[in-house]
Design a protein around this ligand. Structure first.
Ligand SMILES: C[S@@+](CC[C@H](N)C(=O)[O-])C[C@H]1O[C@@H](n2cnc3c(N)ncnc32)[C@H](O)[C@@H]1O
Length: 509
């Protein structure tokens, strides 16, 4: 190997003092850990009675639908038996028993096949140098192939197959986290439900060599030509093709580098997938039509069908609440209470929840820290129709979006005002739950003049039950909030996870 190449490699490896630098001992230990994990996994494969020959490669592998290590299918025989689902049931049943309410925590489970329309999969080189696409076994960097995964939408499985075949054919170098060499780190695939088309992201590590951009160009050209050929068979029909440059050195748990570039290399317009959550039969009175837009940089629920049921439940709860508030008023005021005055949404994404409730509010302030969301939210807002008519400008101007963290939204006098004005607050935080500042602000004295006629409502959608349990204590122990209703939605049947939907109201004093 030439000296120049050695120099280049040294430059691309972390040097002492760099945050990602590892000492030779640390590197040796990491190698030992990987070796022992590989041996363990070989052991479990060889003793499994379900071992079979897959189409995937030369070696005999288990398909994900049979693999004992596939975390997404561990509880597939009985999704409600997953420990987290059971823990949530015990927790909520206990709350309702302690308040002497005759109520059992309902748990909804949707279809167990083909529900996942978003997948992010790792790409690594196997020992025999074949490139492999798969999931990491939890707690390890051992790759688990997931061909024909039953949780995946069939068009994710077919896209994985095409990508893997093309990459192998072109000898695309998969990223190697031990050496930092190689390029293709991950692939992300999202399926647009109405068309079945695939939005594909290649997560690429740039190396200091021209040839790697040529490899990427060849890969892209080949994928586009396969898409042209296979479009009619509906196996691989590219909606758009993106490259995300993630040049971080070590295997960061995050697939996306916040500072990394995004480049759209193929596809119509702006490469945003369009999804509509509610049908007219879900809400015949409003006939609200909201096209949500999803470029690959924003959060999109992996089980959109299941998530739509959560949005429908929120709509039902709000409708009941409006009706019960109206009952306490004179008939003149009853007329006025067709909508809540103001809603504040934190952790709102592209407006997946908030925009699908706009017919319940005079005004909506939505927010999220991801700067890519705002333009999606605003484009969707411009396309909303109610009973086939565009939303009136006078109503649209009361629906606004802020690219801000939840904490920044609620801090200071402006934050206090927002909380005071809001009759309904919606939070849908990431798995780690609410930021402490948000809990503190929600618990502070936020009874405003606007809400003197009704108690405030807090709608909490949670994808991390442990964090929810902590946040629940924080909210209820303050004496400010009382749980009104809660239910569970198993959005990832087979996994050890539950999405909880909880409705709180400010405690009556
Ligand atoms: C579970 S997603 C929910 C998004 C949206 N409600 C939906 O259903 O698509 C959580 C969102 O919180 C955002 N987020 C994460 N941390 C945040 C923070 N500290 N402040 C504001 N938004 C945050 C993420 O960008 C993501 O869009």
């Amino acid at each position: 190997m030439g000296t120049n190449e050695n120099k280049k490699r040294r430059r691309s490896c972390p040097q002492p003092g760099d945050p990602d630098y590892k000492t030779p001992t640390q590197l040796r230990n990491a190698r030992k850990r990987r070796k022992s994990q590989r041996e363990k996994s070989r052991g479990s494969d060889s003793t499994s009675p379900k071992k079979h020959v897959s189409k995937e490669g030369s070696s005999s592998r288990l398909s994900s639908s049979q693999h004992p290590q596939d975390p997404s299918l561990k509880y597939i025989a009985n999704p409600k038996a997953a420990p987290t689902v059971q823990a949530a049931k015990k927790f909520f049943d206990g709350i309702f028993q302690s308040t002497q309410r005759d109520y059992q925590f309902p748990i909804f489970v949707g279809p167990t096949q083909g529900w996942r329309t978003v997948a992010r999969l790792a790409v690594r080189q196997q020992k025999d140098q074949t490139l492999q696409v798969g999931l990491f076994v939890p707690g390890s960097h051992q790759l688990l192939p997931v061909p024909q995964c039953q949780a995946h939408h069939p068009n994710i499985n077919s896209a994985v197959q095409v990508l893997q075949d093309v990459c192998r054919q072109l000898v695309v170098p998969a990223f190697d986290e031990a050496t930092g060499r190689g390029n293709l780190r991950y692939i992300a695939i999202s399926v647009e439900r109405s068309t079945g088309k695939q939005q594909v992201v290649l997560v690429w590590k740039e190396q200091e060599s021209d040839s790697t951009t040529q490899i990427l160009d060849r890969l892209i050209a080949k994928l586009i030509s396969v898409s042209d050929q296979k479009r009619k068979e509906k196996i691989f029909n590219l909606h758009s093709l993106w490259v995300h440059y993630n040049n971080t050195w070590k295997h960061a748990n995050s697939i996306v580098d916040r500072n990394g570039r995004w480049v759209q290399r193929h596809g119509e317009d702006d490469g945003h997938i369009q999804e509509v959550l509610l049908s007219n039969s879900n809400q015949p009175e409003s006939q609200l039509y909201v096209p949500l837009l999803f470029p690959p940089q924003v959060f999109r629920q992996a089980n959109l069908d299941g998530f739509a049921n959560i949005v429908i439940k929120i709509r039902e709860w709000l409708a009941e609440r409006l009706a019960s508030t109206a009952d306490t008023h004179t008939s003149k005021e009853k007329k006025k209470r067709r909508r809540f005055k103001q809603c504040l949404e934190l952790y709102g994404g592209v407006g997946t929840i908030g925009l699908n409730l706009v017919d319940y509010f005079d005004g909506l302030v939505s927010s999220d820290e991801n700067p890519y969301n705002k333009s999606c939210f605003e484009s969707s807002l411009g396309q909303i129709t109610l009973r086939d008519k565009p939303m009136r400008e006078s109503r649209r101007e009361h629906i606004v979006y802020h690219s801000k963290s939840a904490t920044d939204m609620i801090l200071g006098s402006q934050g206090r005002q927002l909380l005071e004005k809001a009759e309904v607050i919606i939070v849908d935080p990431p798995r780690k739950g609410l930021d402490q500042e948000v809990i503190d602000a929600l618990n502070a004295s936020i009874e405003g003049s606007q809400s003197s006629t009704s108690r405030k409502a807090l709608v909490y959608v949670s994808c991390g039950f442990d964090a929810f349990r902590r946040d629940y204590q924080g909210l209820v122990q303050s004496g400010r909030w009382t749980l009104d209703h809660a239910e569970g939605h198993v959005l990832f049947p087979g996994s050890d996870a539950i999405e909880t939907l909880s409705f709180f109201t400010t405690t009556e004093r």
